[in-house]
Design a protein around this ligand. Structure first.
Ligand code: NDP
Length: 400
């Protein structure tokens, strides 16, 4: 039925590729393209014996619009799935515009030399995509992504008005290393060492990194420390949920992770300012990435589960209401199925489903859109089918 060009073959890309290959009825053909072609070839060799999906591979530098345009013209995909890094969002969007091809990604644009992310750069393409008659679907991972769809679902089926949203991203997994990051270390460390931010009564409230702490007792995972962080979906939800009063995002961090991070920050290893080292310029954070365990190598070692979901409060039929929806994903089961731990799994599955929504026409609308702007029902129906079942219940117990 459809052909996808998948750019990026890392942790998330690899899961999405496995899932496209499980869904051959929709993804009849995929081309895996990345900076390091050998990784694409390895995955192709592993998967082509198990799937009806036809797989090809290519080498591309996704920072170069010209290279991307000629690849898209050669492959002629129905959609480009951007599963590279947030730095490549704009070049890939440019190439999709030039070739009038649908686009999707899982993380919003971030310039490589400034640790700052916001949607304005990608939202600036709204008119151009509308004019070109193609859809750009932004943030089709878990958070953003599934959490955005959970919000649209809560608004459609459970509330007349949502007043507050707390997004809780809990990882109860243990990889056994004193310090490692579950996805790209550079992106992860930039994210967690930034100031916290949340939305309250129409304005941003800024906090110091890790200033606001909560302790929750999560279904199937247990008691975990969480810290308020800025996260990209707050920005789009603040615009797209009418009358919303407060949106916050919390993520779990263990004490060992925080102590190591503080030490690395204190000695300058998390800096993105280039320094001179033995006659060449190096970026300390990129060097740190090179010495840390590759997130892909955590898969076979990680035990435990993730629990990611949203607590909504608001009103339904004149009464106050609280509603909690979450997914639990098991690291070991994810690894058994697709060779990656649950963080990549919970991102790669929604990436495939988002692309499926676009190519099947369920979510096709010329322009640039965030996930909560589409009908949540068809997406929610696919989530359980492709390995991310969801549970609706009362909020988890707030311990502290
Ligand atoms: P990885 O670092 O594991 O993979 C990134 C891939 O992109 C690699 O294959 C890499 O190639 C490729 N790549 C990097 N730069 C280029 C380039 N210039 N041209 C072509 N290919 C390139 O990252 P993850 O898989 O962990 O993350 C992928 C994306 O998912 C990121 O944007 C991340 O922010 C996002 N994400 C979203 C989440 C969500 O819930 N919404 C959660 C987790 C991640 P090479 O092998 O050569 O390095």
């Amino acid at each position: 039925m459809a052909k996808a060009l998948i750019i990026g073959c890392g942790g998330v890309g690899s899961v999405a590729i496995h899932k496209c290959c499980q869904n051959s009825e929709v993804f009849e053909e995929i081309c895996i393209a990345s900076r390091t072609k050998s990784k694409c070839d390895e995955l192709k060799a592993k998967l082509e014996k198990t799937t009806k999906t036809k797989i090809t591979t290519a080498k591309v530098d996704a920072n170069q619009v010209d290279e991307l345009v000629s690849l898209i013209q050669r492959v002629k995909p129905d959609i480009v799935m951007n599963l590279a890094l947030p730095y490549q969002d704009l070049t890939i969007m440019e190439a999709c515009l030039a070739t009038k091809t649908h686009y999707m990604d899982t993380a919003n644009y971030e310039p490589e030399d400034t640790a700052h992310f916001e949607y304005s750069w990608q939202w600036a393409y709204r008119d151009a995509f509308k004019k070109a008659g193609v859809t750009a679907l932004l943030g089709s991972g878990f958070d953003p992504g599934v959490t955005s769809v959970f919000t649209a679902y809560a608004l459609k089926h459970h509330f007349d008005e949502i007043e507050t949203i707390d997004i809780l991203d809990c990882n109860g997994g243990d990889h056994g290393y004193p310090f490692a990051t579950n996805f790209n270390p550079e992106i992860n460390i930039r994210e967690v060492s930034a100031k916290g931010k949340y939305w309250k009564n129409g304005a941003w409230v800024e906090t110091e990194p890790m200033e606001i702490k909560r302790v929750y007792d999560f279904p199937e995972v247990g008691v975990k420390d969480m810290y308020l962080m800025h996260h990209e979906e707050i920005e789009s939800l603040a615009l797209n949920v009418p009358g919303i009063k407060r949106i916050r995002f919390f993520m779990t961090f263990g004490q060992s992770y925080l102590t190591h991070l503080k030490c690395l920050e204190n000695v300058g290893m998390t800096s993105i300012e280039p320094i001179e080292f033995q006659g060449q310029q190096i970026v300390p954070l990129q060097f740190l990435k090179a010495v840390l365990p590759d997130p892909a190598s955590l898969g076979p070692r990680t035990k435990g589960k993730t629990n990611i979901g949203c607590i909504f409060t608001g009103r339904k039929d004149g009464k106050e209401k609280t509603y909690y929806i979450y997914n639990v994903c098991d690291h070991e089961e994810s690894y058994k199925e697709v060779g990656s731990q649950a963080i990549s799994y919970t991102t790669g599955v929604p990436a495939m489903i988002g692309a499926m929504m676009v190519v099947t026409g369920k979510w096709q609308k010329p322009g640039v859109y965030n996930m909560e702007e589409f009908d949540p029902d068809p997406f929610m129906a696919e989530l359980s089918k492709w390995g991310l079942p969801w549970v609706e219940c009362h909020a988890p117990k707030l311990v502290d």
